[in-house]
Design a protein around this ligand. Sequence first.
Ligand SMILES: [Zn+2]
Length: 129
Amino acid sequence: MKPTGRGRWIACCPAHEDKHPSLAIRETDDGKVLVHDFGGCSVYDVLFSVGLQVQDLFPPSPGPREILRTAKMPFSYADALRCISFEALLAATAACNLGNGVALGDKDRARLLQASTRINHALEVCGCR
Ligand SMILES: [Zn+2]
């Protein structure tokens, strides 16, 4: 887990094999903990993998659903970029390989599609879509 600012961290997601940190974590001033996996895991997957529940992220009141609705852009653009920067590197590497005549296998193609999905997902989270 690496701090990215006051009350903000990025970490490897415990719910999927995550070699490049894709999990953004933010603690708000009123004691809420917000998590978002730019790798695509749901909050529930992330919490379940470490034995926590959604209510563990919130102080006793008000209700979690209400807070989730009002938190429109809980993470900074910088956090989102940090979490998905590896996806751009991956695409660049694939492009270089193709340029050098190295063919992409099925697994590489699938991973490139996943990179695209992750970048699009990050745009949605940041309210750009
Ligand atoms: Zn994940």
